[in-house]
Design a protein. Structure first.
Length: 289
């Protein structure tokens, strides 16, 4: 199939893109990497009266220090993140997750901000933003605002972006020497969307983890934190006993639905398996504290 007819404008500036979105309203769609939007248009699962192409706005493609963390532009390619040795050293979680995002051809074109705005519940980067307690920066008719990741993802392919807003960057703080990260997912094939996955961030002290943020993906209509599970692990050495208690606590945190790929019970079991793997990785990362 082919997409229905639409108008096309390649924006020269963020201001022009915002103006076009305001003028054309719901009929306008942003085009960045296009790795999700173009197939959806061709299959007529999505439609647009106007495509506003922002892929040439180099001012939105960057990776830079930001306080004790990092700021990443929305048009930064997945491949840019994988190639940034500084970023991967500073935030190993992103390096681990990017390796699981689709395939090389997709990573060369797909954008960091596009993945977040797409808000696929089985995608890796939204869960990483939740684990990192990142702030998503959006520009719109009323100016710029910051949205915490916990508030940004609102449902399947749904976000807190308002009509006419453009996701411009992401700010990640608290990337200090005590931070530890873990990542694990299970997919039927490498590069497929995850049946279940987990991104972990926390501080390491005396062989234990504190301030844990456990962000599961592929198990709900959006990435979700597991606070009861995190509380069972808080400040405790990861032993078979604490792991058993943490897995039991997942019953309070997760209620996965079944689909053609896995039953809800299977996804919950996998969540427990991935928990052990991701915690082991977090305790290994950056050496011992």
């Amino acid at each position: 199939m082919k997409a229905a007819a639409f108008d096309y404008v390649r924006a020269d500036s963020l201001g022009q893109a915002l103006q076009l979105l305001a003028e054309r309203g719901d009929g306008a769609r942003l085009l960045a990497g296009g790795q999700s939007l173009v197939p959806a248009l061709n299959l007529r699962l999505a439609a647009a009266d106007l495509l506003v192409d922002i892929s040439g706005l180099e001012g939105l493609r960057f990776i830079e220090p930001h306080g004790d963390g990092v700021r990443i532009g929305a048009l930064t390619r997945h491949a840019d993140i994988a190639r940034s040795a500084w970023l991967v050293e500073r935030c190993p979680l992103l390096g681990a997750a990017i390796a699981h995002v689709a395939h090389p051809a997709i990573r060369n074109r797909g954008t960091f901000g596009g993945s977040l705005a797409q808000a696929d519940p089985a995608a890796e980067l939204p869960a990483c933003m939740l684990a990192l307690d990142a702030s998503i920066v959006a520009a719109g008719p009323s100016g710029e605002r910051r949205i915490r990741a916990i508030d940004f993802f609102t449902g399947v392919y749904e976000t807190a972006l308002r009509p006419g807003e453009v996701l411009t960057s992401v700010e990640i703080a608290n990337l200090n020497e005590q931070r530890r990260f873990g990542f694990a997912e299970l997919a039927r094939r490498r590069g497929d969307f995850a049946i279940a996955g987990l991104a972990v961030a926390g501080d390491a002290r005396n062989g234990a983890l504190s301030g844990l943020r456990l962000a599961f993906f592929g198990v709900a209509d959006r990435p979700v934190l597991a606070p009861a599970c995190a509380a069972a692990l808080e400040g405790r050495a990861v032993t078979p006993t604490t792991l058993e208690a943490a897995r039991a606590a997942l019953d309070d945190d997760l209620d996965p639905a079944g689909d053609a790929h896995a039953t809800g019970a299977m996804r919950k079991h996998l969540a427990g398996v991935l928990l052990e793997r991701a915690l082991a990785e977090a305790l290994r990362s950056r050496g011992s504290a």
